[in-house]
Design a protein around this ligand. Structure first.
Ligand SMILES: CC(=O)CC(=O)SCCNC(=O)CCNC(=O)[C@H](O)C(C)(C)COP(=O)(O)OP(=O)(O)OC[C@H]1O[C@@H](n2cnc3c(N)ncnc32)[C@H](O)[C@@H]1OP(=O)(O)O
Ligand SMILES: NC(=O)C1=CN([C@@H]2O[C@H](COP(=O)(O)OP(=O)(O)OC[C@H]3O[C@@H](n4cnc5c(N)ncnc54)[C@H](OP(=O)(O)O)[C@@H]3O)[C@@H](O)[C@H]2O)C=CC1
Length: 293
């Protein structure tokens, strides 16, 4: 039987963390947003306010709903601030060792009955669950980017996840107005198993000189009606995240068809991570994005 979630903790206030905080607060839940620095948290709160204000301007929500949603979000620089949450969703970087460390520290302060979830794009839920004190109360709740606009959330059970945890996560996702797709615990689940090899192939297409950035993106936008070109989308997701997902697919499925493109590796090594660092397959530092190849 599902348990009602009233207070949600969100660890990591990057693009996914602030998106999840945004939709949870709009749905009437209390939210505690955590990150490693106060500066990050302030910037995330400003971004949430900006996105809520845009929704008011578009008459998607009322001014009163914007104000109430903002009042429901508090921020905390320490995990102690999440101790009385009913559900905590981890949305820190896509690195297994970082996530494991967070879960270890979180479980020491979190109430025993609380559910712990990860928004990981690719990493084994069973393995992450094993780094907590509550594998039966652990689940993958995988939102899509940008969270306020995308309808889907993947739910992934680890081997030990119990029915109460699954039912509660499903009810929580429904409360946010999103649809659920259930995925088995396989590398990168459903959406990224399909989407990321396509993006990686687009990067190989660039690497091998088949087309330049502009041609590849135009081809997929105009020729296949994708809302964003694959290179524009890679920049939007974050090239570090794209590389981590391809590495999980490559290692987890042991098939050379998932080999991350060397050009993707090079961009990440350069610190050109896409929109979040203002440079990736496009340079975002000017008035409009300029292709870097
Ligand atoms: C990597 C993973 O693990 C999994 C993933 O998430 S993979 C990535 C999945 N996401 C995609 O594939 C996104 C593809 N792109 C799109 O669907 C569209 O380009 C888009 C929805 C991002 C923007 O659409 P658009 O029509 O150009 O823009 P626009 O009309 O301004 O926005 C549509 C809605 O999105 C919202 N939106 C757009 N960008 C946003 C952002 N960065 N943050 C929050 N909300 C945003 C807008 O507020 C608007 O919402 P309302 O309908 O409530 O007003
Ligand atoms: N980007 C996408 O399209 C999607 C991403 N995801 C997944 O969501 C997660 C987050 O991705 P995304 O939001 O894009 O990443 P971002 O890089 O935008 O944000 C990650 C945030 O987590 C912070 N952080 C790092 N370590 C810790 C820590 N120990 N405790 C608290 N906060 C920490 C980072 O701070 P700092 O920068 O200072 O290190 C940063 O603010 C990843 O697991 C990713 O795979 C899922 C769906 C879509």
């Amino acid at each position: 039987m599902a348990v009602t979630i009233k207070k949600v903790g969100v660890i990591g206030s990057g693009q996914m963390g602030h998106g999840i905080a945004h939709v949870a607060a709009l749905a009437g839940l209390d939210v505690v947003l955590n990150d490693v620095s106060d500066e990050r948290l302030k910037s995330a709160m400003a971004t949430i306010n900006g996105h809520l204000s845009r929704q008011v301007a578009k008459q998607v929500i009322t001014e009163d709903a914007r104000k109430k949603a903002l009042e429901r979000i508090t921020s905390s620089e320490t995990l102690d601030g999440l101790s009385d949450c009913d559900l905590v969703i981890e949305t820190a970087v896509e690195k297994e060792e970082v996530k494991r460390k967070i879960f270890h520290e979180l479980c020491a302060v979190l109430k025993p009955e609380a559910i712990v979830a990860t928004n990981s794009s690719s990493i084994s839920i069973t393995r992450l669950a094993a780094s907590t004190d509550r594998p039966e109360r652990f689940i993958g709740i995988h939102f899509m980017n940008p969270v306020p606009a995308m309808e889907l959330v993947e739910l992934i059970r680890g081997i030990a996840t119990d029915d109460m945890t699954f039912d509660t996560a499903k009810e929580f996702v429904g409360k946010l107005g999103k649809q659920v797709a259930v995925s088995e615990d396989f590398p990168a689940f459903i959406v990224n198993r399909i989407l990321l090899p396509m993006i990686n192939e687009a990067i190989y297409t660039l690497y091998e000189g088949v087309g330049n950035v502009e041609a590849i993106d135009a081809a997929m936008k105009l020729g296949a009606h994708h809302p964003m070109g694959p290179l524009e989308l890679a920049d939007f997701i974050g090239l570090d995240t794209c590389l981590s997902i391809m590495q999980v697919l490559h290692e987890g499925l042991a098939d050379s068809k998932y080999r991350p493109c060397p050009l993707l590796v090079k961009y990440v090594e350069a610190g050109w991570l896409g929109r979040k660092t203002q440079r990736g397959f496009y340079d975002y530092r000017g008035d409009k994005p300029v292709p870097t190849r």
